[in-house]
Design a protein around this ligand. Structure first.
Ligand code: 5AD
Ligand code: FES
Length: 354
């Protein structure tokens, strides 16, 4: 699919055409990754962050937020829950937190790999090659780093760099791949300043990067951020601003599936925040094949406030487990078994049924 075609789909409003897009995405998902929905247990282990991202509630200057960092023993208790509930993967996520040292995280990864059969995904921001190598050697399997937007000017506006070190997430994604990580990235949909052309280019870039995992969700406004202030907000040229809505999110999920048929694509919490009733399910029916139940203990979870009013933020880990299982069954799919690594190679199921 060419960038122009992607662009046309993003602007499509005809319901019959959109039904066709959902069907193509769902058939492609079935053909390439099958009917299993893999569960990735999300552990938000630190909300400390040194960065200044203009949209994110964890940004360093947000002094209204109480900060926490979980201990290795607290994290291991969550990991053991993941094993007990049959999850295949844990995702260790945090703000960009220098106190999460190379050795501390390496020893945690080693512990998880020694004591459990789980795949380990890291999502801890931009880090040095030395750190990334050490964690890979410790056994980390995957790394998530959204590039957020392929529009360089908009990226720079929203992500002030740390003094003395330019931010180049695309280069880091390339290095992660060379180190043997499975690589995940993605963008926010409808971030102020994002045009339809930008978003089409983002999706074309998913394919170019040949991503193993693609996470996308709507931008949600956090009042204690620069984007919470209308006078700061970038404006896309020619009234071409992408809306941060549910329909556009489904389009991006579906198009991501079509350009990267083998990728693992979650139906995300940000989407569920826009539609708590059945947003997760509609994501699963329009290209997604992964859910990320939250394992973070409730007293910390409420403090991992990337944006307000997050779906699940008052739930327990057990509540999310039951909720996810029930949602998977309600759309006639099955809970995935094992780590659910990205399928590189042939489709896992024959196409005869299509
Ligand atoms: N709305 C939606 N998504 C957000 N993220 C950060 N802040 C927001 C927000 N206000 C997303 C970013 C980041 C991921 C962890 O959460 O894409 O990479
Ligand atoms: Fe957390 Fe539904 S997944 S409440």
């Amino acid at each position: 699919m060419e960038s122009d075609q992607i662009h046309a789909w993003l602007r499509e409003t005809n319901p019959a055409r959109l039904t066709h897009l959902w069907r193509m995405a769902d058939a492609t998902r079935q053909q390439y990754v099958g009917g299993e929905v893999h569960l990735r247990g999300l552990i938000e282990f630190s909300n400390h962050c040194v960065r200044l991202c203009a949209y994110c509630g964890l940004r360093a200057p947000n002094s209204a937020l109480t900060r926490y960092r979980m201990t290795q023993d607290e994290i291991m208790a969550c990991v053991r829950q993941a094993v007990a509930w049959g999850y295949g993967t844990v995702v260790l996520q945090s703000g960009e937190d220098p106190q999460v040292s190379r050795e501390w995280l390496a020893s945690l990864v080693r512990r998880i790999k020694a004591e459990t059969p789980l795949a380990v995904t890291l999502s801890v921001g931009e880090r040095s090659d030395e750190d990334l190598w050490a964690w890979r050697e410790a056994g980390a399997d995957r790394y998530l780093l959204r590039f957020e937007t392929s529009n360089k000017a908009l990226y720079d506006r929203l992500h002030p760099p740390r003094p003395g070190s330019a931010s180049d997430r695309l280069a880091m994604l390339g290095r992660l791949r060379e180190m043997g990580y499975e690589v995940g990235s993605g963008v926010m949909i409808g971030i102020p300043g994002q045009s339809y052309r930008d978003l089409a280019a983002d999706i074309a870039l998913f394919r170019e990067l040949d991503l193993d995992m693609i996470g996308v969700g709507p931008y949600l406004l956090h009042p204690n951020t620069p984007l919470g202030d209308p006078s700061f907000r970038p404006v896309a040229p020619d009234h071409d601003q992408v809306p941060a809505d549910e329909l556009t999110t489904y389009k991006v999920i579906a198009l991501s599936r079509l350009v990267c048929p083998r990728a693992n694509i979650p139906s995300t919490t940000a989407l569920a925040t826009l539609n708590r009733t059945n947003g997760r399910e509609l994501g699963l029916e329009r290209g997604a094949n992964v859910l990320m139940p939250n394992l973070t203990p409730p007293q910390y979870r409420v403090l991992y406030e990337i944006y307000p009013n997050k779906a699940c933020f008052q739930e327990t880990a057990e509540g999310c487990f039951g909720c996810m299982r029930q949602r998977i069954e309600s759309v006639g799919r099955t809970v995935g078994v094992g780590p659910g690594s990205a399928a590189r190679g042939e489709p896992v199921q024959p196409t005869a049924a299509e």
